[in-house]
Design a protein around this ligand. Structure first.
Ligand SMILES: NC(=O)c1ccc[n+]([C@@H]2O[C@H](COP(=O)([O-])OP(=O)(O)OC[C@H]3O[C@@H](n4cnc5c(N)ncnc54)[C@H](OP(=O)(O)O)[C@@H]3O)[C@@H](O)[C@H]2O)c1
Length: 259
């Protein structure tokens, strides 16, 4: 296991939020708990019972709380923001680690135009782009105005238009490109509203999670990251972000990704 850096770029204490308790989200929560920079870690997810094992309250360590949050239900995001607001601690870090690439037999990444359907496109955009933007809408008011804070969402390199050489995956690529644009707009708005806030789109690498499972066969073993490794690298990238980086798109190794 990689040593964990301290996240010393954040003032100590306060709240860190991870939306989504999937492979990468759960690993982020465990790493944040180990670092101990924040005194509350909130996990927002659709099925709190499934994520309950992440909850903890050990003396001397960050308290981990699991709350309900469904990206398809704006009311749940609003009440999550209210819950965080009532903690009387600043929200210093929010990471949206949710995402959708496939679901059941009917929602699969499209290989050609004939695979494209309105229903699947709408679902991809709802989860991958609109949901994180609504999360920003409700969470931004809880971020401190002047002190350093980060709102990051896990995007994907395949959402890069400049880097698209293979085509296909219309819904996933298009919704991640929309997410990137939404994050960029948010970053520009926050320059005025909360100059301490940094907004970033992050690519986690190819990570062994349920999302990538059907597509892992062709990935060389040394390019398929364990969730813990990706989470550690993403937290390092977040720790190194400066206000000038706000609105950018960064990979797990800190490299900038073209739009
Ligand atoms: N794994 C990779 O190789 C890879 C590569 C590039 C980018 N990414 C991105 O990394 C992020 C995390 O993915 P992952 O690999 O950790 O996949 P994962 O294990 O499948 O996790 C995805 C999470 O998104 C949540 N989610 C889906 N729809 C939601 C909704 N309506 N409301 C709230 N949560 C919802 C899922 O919740 P449930 O647990 O309730 O289903 C799950 O926790 C995604 O944005 C993905 O696009 C992953």
């Amino acid at each position: 296991m990689e040593p964990i850096r301290s996240l010393a770029s954040f003032p100590p204490g306060g709240v860190a939020l991870v939306l989504g308790a999937g492979g990468i989200g759960s690993a982020l929560v465990r790493r944040l708990r180990d670092v101990g920079r924040f005194d509350r870690i909130v996990v927002g997810c659709r099925s709190p019972d499934k994520a309950r094992p992440l909850a903890s309250h050990e003396p001397g360590r960050a308290k981990v709380l699991v709350e309900t949050a469904d990206l398809l239900d704006a009311g749940s995001l609003q009440s999550l923001a209210r819950t965080i607001g009532s903690m009387h601690r600043p929200l210093r870090l929010a990471i949206c680690a949710t995402g959708l690439l496939h679901q059941g037999a009917d929602l699969r990444p499209e290989r050609r135009l004939e695979d494209v359907t309105r229903e699947n496109l709408e679902m991809m955009f709802a989860v991958n782009a609109i949901g994180p933007l609504l999360a920003a809408r409700y969470l931004v008011p809880v971020l401190p105005r002047l002190e350093r804070s980060v709102f990051a969402a896990i995007s994907a390199r395949v959402g890069s238009i400049g880097d698209n050489r293979l085509g296909g995956w219309y819904g996933y690529r298009g919704s991640k490109a929309a997410l990137n644009q939404f994050l960029r707009c948010t970053a520009l708005e926050l320059r005025r509203r909360a100059p301490g806030a940094i907004v970033a789109a992050l690519h986690p690498g190819t990570v062994a999670t349920p999302l990538s499972k059907p597509f892992q066969a062709g990935v060389p073993a040394d390019r398929l990251f364990a969730p813990e490794y990706s989470a550690t690298r993403l937290l390092e990238v977040i720790d190194g972000l400066s206000p000038q980086d706000s609105g950018g798109f960064f990979a797990w190794d800190g490299g900038s990704i073209p739009w």
